[in-house]
Design a protein around this ligand. Structure first.
Ligand code: PEP
Ligand code: MN
Length: 357
């Protein structure tokens, strides 16, 4: 149940509501109080509440609206908010902002190296991806690697290079944060925080990202073997912590087949648009692990209704310190950006049924 409070609630009215909630929910059942679109909301699991209790809550004078949501995830659900959310990335003081999601924004292309390897590598890639038409620069400064002997990223130094790349190109930047304690440091440099697959259910990290002092949006990648419900509940943690600006990123899930790195689950794109108002983007690089498959799966992602793509690009993919096998060149990116625009026009034509004679 999501309870939206009226704008000006007296302390008496609030106390009355809180006393009632304590009585009907019991002290061990958590309720979350947070701000959504500048309105205070209280969220609770109402599965154990009887009709009388539900009616009593709706009648409280502090309450403006009560929405009952059957699913475990609530604030991210379409039942709570029917229209698609659009998320602004970047601010005009330091970059050219872009909108991800909503009902009429064109798909956004995020591109850059898997890892920030050096100042030269990042700046040259940033200039090249901008020229190819990308709107957001990606690059990992902190890399979650499977082996401790693999390149772990440049850390804070990498964040400084990302800042420089933004100043040079005007592109907002996205980079991964791996630990709750690092959220505010990364958020100072980044325009959008990335939470990686391996951390999708790192709840303290989700909470910290939701509370980041710079109010940066968060891109939440799907866990390696996460169900859609687990993924939406992870997004719910960020929103419940006070940050509604969450973008979901499908990056492939584990499968039995070793031909590709992962199984890019494009079914989740239209399904998520049914279940949640959050934007959904697709990562064909990690989703396939093979650069020759990236253009086709980029087109397929847009055809499935994705609000954008995130692509790994390297000036010399074979020498990349991380994920070179799935990285494309800036020239290949340029074709994908072009094809994305065409695919989007086709999709608009289909949605508007302009093909009907
Ligand atoms: C990445 O984007 O480079 C990355 C580490 O992705 P994922 O968390 O999806 O594996
Ligand atoms: Mn990568």
């Amino acid at each position: 149940m999501i309870i939206t409070l009226r704008n000006l609630v007296s302390s008496d009215e609030r106390n009355q509501l809180e006393t009632l909630l304590d009585r009907v929910t019991g002290s061990h059942r958590p309720t979350i109080s947070t701000m959504i679109d500048e309105r205070e909301v209280i969220v609770l699991d109402d599965s154990q509440l009887d009709k009388q209790a539900l009616a009593a809550i709706s009648q409280q004078s502090a309450v403006e609206r009560v929405v009952q949501v059957q699913t475990q995830y609530k604030l991210v659900s379409k039942t709570f908010k029917a229209e698609r959310s659009s998320i602004l990335v970047g601010d005009t003081q330091r970059s050219q902002p872009v909108t991800i999601g909503g009902s009429d924004a064109a798909p956004v292309v995020i591109a850059g190296p898997c890892a920030v390897e050096s100042r030269e590598q990042l700046l040259s890639t940033a200039v090249a991806v901008k020229a190819a038409g990308a709107q957001v620069l990606r690059g990992g400064a902190f890399k979650p690697r499977t082996s401790p002997y693999q390149f772990q990223g440049l850390g804070i130094e990498g964040l400084h290079f990302l800042k420089e790349a933004r100043e040079l190109t005007g592109l907002p930047v996205i980079t991964e944060v791996m630990e709750p304690e690092m959220v505010d440091i990364v958020a100072e440099f980044a325009d959008i925080l990335q939470i990686g697959s391996r951390n999708m259910q790192n709840f303290p990290l989700l909470f910290a990202a939701g509370r980041n002092s710079f109010h940066r949006p968060v891109m939440l990648k799907r866990g390696l073997s996460a169900t859609i419900e687990e993924w939406l509940l992870a997004a719910e943690y960020i929103v419940a912590a006070g940050n509604s600006n969450v973008v979901l990123c499908e990056r492939g899930i584990r499968s039995f087949d070793t031909q590709t790195r992962n199984l890019l689950d494009l079914t989740c794109v239209p399904l998520l648009h049914e279940l949640t108002h959050l934007p959904v983007i697709v990562d064909p690089s990690h989703g396939t692990g093979r650069r020759e498959l990236v253009p086709t799966m980029s087109r397929a992602g847009i055809a499935a209704g994705a609000d954008g793509l995130i692509l790994e690009v390297h000036p010399d993919p074979n020498s990349a310190l991380c994920d070179g096998r799935q990285s494309i060149t800036p020239e290949q990116l340029q074709s994908i950006v072009h094809e994305t625009r065409i695919m989007n026009q086709v999709m608009e034509g289909i949605t508007n049924r302009s093909w009907v004679a």
